[in-house]
Design a protein around this ligand. Structure first.
Ligand code: C2E
Ligand code: CA
Ligand code: CA
Length: 682
């Protein structure tokens, strides 16, 4: 293939190129590289599909891209003779491109990336692109022969290797520093150029010749005859794009379902309920149906029996609910029914009465006829109230000692019930601390660019024996009112310090742990002592603690708050201003208070990036905070779009939210951190 014919009387054919098709071929190569990188990234994210599926898909995209580029490049080339191709060899030539792309992406996704792994990627890609090209060349059927100029031939392969190496190096190292989208685009363009430059340099190494001079009649230029191939390429690329888009959407949907829906009854879960009604002001009715002694059925007949009870109750509720009502399954043995209609209270009440009376008739489960006892609490308002308040009212009903759990529908009465919820919380809190009903979960904060865990926030939980999970949003305000919160905060600080010392022993890298400090406690000298004693006792470095305070808590006593914050900062403890933007004051306090960090409230990110106004407000707050040298944490980030938007805007964005992780137990957090360490780009 490299030898020049020995006889002298051959005629070299001069080829010509169609510029439009050359441009098209380069665009196709860049687009395919982009698609491949996009799919390759899914390997590092949680997905319904396996990692090898995404690896295969990205290799397919890359392989198809290299192959299509080659044939569009070939059809850009014209000779004064007829050109055809062998369909079988042509189809076969896609294989080396796919296999090499697979190997290249395999190395590109390795955790410990070094120059050797980039070199492997470069080698595989380069060899893949070149073997595809030269196999594709041998599929040509011409009325001419050809040979290659060896040096240019070698140069074309080298170019493919070197440029692929550069592309992978750029992709792996720069993505830490610049927005992901920009890096993906740049890498795709470099990879696209690697593929096209290899092709066109490869073409420059071929010399086409014939033994007889081309006759005058044939002297016009011919494109390669390949309409069928072009149709196939187009269909292939479209199919791949559609397939990738469909799988991505499916992934998002699966993630959403897992986070916000109960897998047993398929109703939205507590998280969805809280998300939907948090800060929602509406007239309407909330009812909670509480299944009594579910755990007894489970301990007698097993978990699947318990599941069947829940399913049967859920089905009955669904069949009897009013049209405007929505059902949520919260907390294992409870269902919430919420109707946002103003004058529907009576109808909702009738419907829950129907539900309970239907369920009074025995349920048949696994051939056992059983009667499951339950009770329903209901609370309504004809004016706009906070829906969470209606929910708390129902909880107060469920707490009341007069509850007999006998298929009753009990309406909330402020005279009877409110006092009891608060009293019960106050009465039970001591026991809760002693018996570990109260416990702490930790939610990670992640640095978007380095993907490292920048710290965690300690959040308290209460698993009440009668009430189930009580949200801190319900019990913290009650404890604040009664003054019991100070004792609870001391308990939290002690537990957190104990946990830090345990993580240190287990070598769990947790960085900084933030503790929420309630209102007036910040200025109390007692807090300063408690923290000092705990740090001493557990031998902890003060730089591993952060205090989260809210602006509403310091606004009443600015002078002392500033002194207290200064005192903690001097000790090396960071202080963060929590829920920034929800208070009244905001900006003036930022300047005055010696805080280290601001936490931007979830309400500022909810509609980002789709709302232009909200995106602009968020950018402005961040710019301002950074100009004041404050670390910025953005709370309540749930979607990839929000992460991308924040990542493109802030230099060192730290994100806390369900997108990365919900709050986790200390053990789950340690596992989560070690899993991330293995796949650092998630
Ligand atoms: P916070 O300090 O603003 O805590 C953040 C809350 O947002 C947590 O709720 C957390 O679970 C939730 N969250 C985190 N990421 C997301 C997300 O992506 N989407 C949504 N929808 N929510 C997210 P949690 O744990 O229920 O706490 C609620 C509030 O209760 C806290 O708000 C804080 O004010 C208070 N609280 C919680 N634990 C403690 C504590 O140990 N001490 C004190 N004093 N207050 C606490
Ligand atoms: Ca907080
Ligand atoms: Ca907050």
């Amino acid at each position: 293939m490299f030898s020049i014919p020995e006889y002298q009387d051959f005629y070299i054919l001069q080829g010509e190129y169609s510029v439009k098709l050359i441009v098209l071929s380069v665009i196709v190569a860049c687009c395919a590289s982009y698609a491949a990188l996009f799919m390759n990234q899914r390997i590092q994210q949680d997905s319904f599909f396996t990692k090898s599926f995404w690896l295969f898909l990205s290799s397919l995209a890359m392989g198809l891209g290299i192959w299509s580029m080659h044939f569009i490049g070939m059809s850009a080339f014209m000779l004064p003779i007829l050109m055809k191709y062998d369909l079988f060899l042509t189809l076969l030539s896609i294989l080396p491109a796919i296999i090499a792309s697979y190997a290249a992406f395999h190395f590109a996704n390795k955790t410990n990336q070094s120059h050797t792994s980039y070199l492997m990627v470069g080698l595989f890609m380069g060899i893949g692109i070149s073997s595809m090209h030269y196999l594709g060349m041998s599929a040509m059927k011409l009325e001419a022969r050809y040979y290659y100029k060896p040096w240019i031939f070698i140069f074309s392969i080298l170019i493919a290797v070197v440029v692929s190496y550069i592309a992978m190096y750029v992709f792996s190292t720069l993505k830490k520093y610049t927005s992901n989208q920009f890096i993906k685009l740049t890498t795709a363009v470099i990879l696209g150029l690697a593929i096209s430059s290899m092709h066109y340099i490869g073409m420059a190494s071929v010399v086409f010749y014939v033994d007889e001079p081309v006759t005058v009649m044939n002297h016009s230029m011919h494109h390669m005859d390949m309409p069928l191939l072009i149709i196939m390429i187009t269909i292939g690329i479209f199919a791949l794009f559609i397939f990738a888009a469909a799988t991505s959407s499916l992934d998002r949907y699966v993630e959403y379902r897992l986070n916000y829906f109960d897998s047993l009854t398929l109703f939205p879960n507590q998280r969805q309920f809280e998300k939907g009604v948090n800060n929602l002001k509406s007239a309407g009715t909330v009812a909670i149906i509480h299944i009594h002694e579910l755990e007894n059925w489970i301990s007698r007949y097993g978990y699947s029996f318990g599941d069947k009870i829940i399913k049967a109750v859920g089905d009955t509720i669904n069949e009897n609910k009013t049209d405007s009502s929505k059902i949520f399954r919260i907390d294992g043995n409870r269902f919430v029914i919420f109707s946002p209609e103003e004058h529907h209270t009576e109808r909702v009440k009738e419907s829950v009465e129907d539900i309970l009376s239907t369920l009074t008739n025995s349920l048949t489960i696994d051939d056992y006829a059983i009667v499951v006892e339950m009770v329903c609490a209901i609370s309504s308002s004809s004016e706009k109230t906070n829906v969470l308040e209606l929910f708390s009212n129902c909880m107060a009903v469920l707490l009341h000692s007069s509850i007999r759990y006998k298929h009753e529908v009990i309406e909330y009465n402020p005279q009877i019930h409110t006092y009891n919820l608060e009293r019960q919380i106050e009465e039970d809190i001591e026991r809760a601390m002693k018996e570990n009903e109260l416990f702490i979960v930790y939610q990670p904060k992640v640095d978007v660019h380095s993907k490292k865990v920048a710290g965690v926030e300690a959040l308290v939980r209460w698993q009440h024996p009668k009430l189930g999970n009580i949200s801190p949003a319900v019990f913290i305000p009650v404890l604040e009112k009664s003054g019991k919160i100070f004792e609870v905060t001391n308990w939290i600080i002690d537990r957190v310090c104990q946990q830090i010392s345990q993580w240190k022993q287990e070598n769990v890298p947790f960085e900084l742990v933030a503790v929420n400090i309630p209102g007036s406690y910040m200025t109390s000298p007692k807090l300063y002592n408690v923290i000092n004693v705990s740090l001493e006792h557990y031998q902890i470095d003060s730089r591993q603690i952060e205090l989260e305070i809210t602006e509403t808590s310091v606004v009443h006593d600015m002078k002392n708050a500033i002194t207290a914050i200064e005192q903690f900062r001097k000790m090396g403890i960071s202080v963060a201003l929590d829920d920034f933007g929800t208070g009244l004051s905001s900006l003036s306090y930022l300047k005055q208070m010696p805080i280290s960090t601001i936490k931007i409230d979830k309400s500022f990110v909810d509609d980002v990036p789709y709302s232009e106004k909200d995106s602009a407000v968020l950018s402005a707050i961040i710019t301002l905070s950074q100009s004041l040298n404050l670390k910025v944490v953005i709370e309540g980030v749930e979607t990839k779009e929000q992460v991308n938007f924040i990542g493109s805007m802030v230099q060192t964005p730290i994100i806390q939210g369900y997108y990365f992780s919900p709050p986790l137990s200390s053990k789950d957090l340690a596992n989560w951190i070690s899993e991330r360490a293995q796949v650092p780009n998630r």
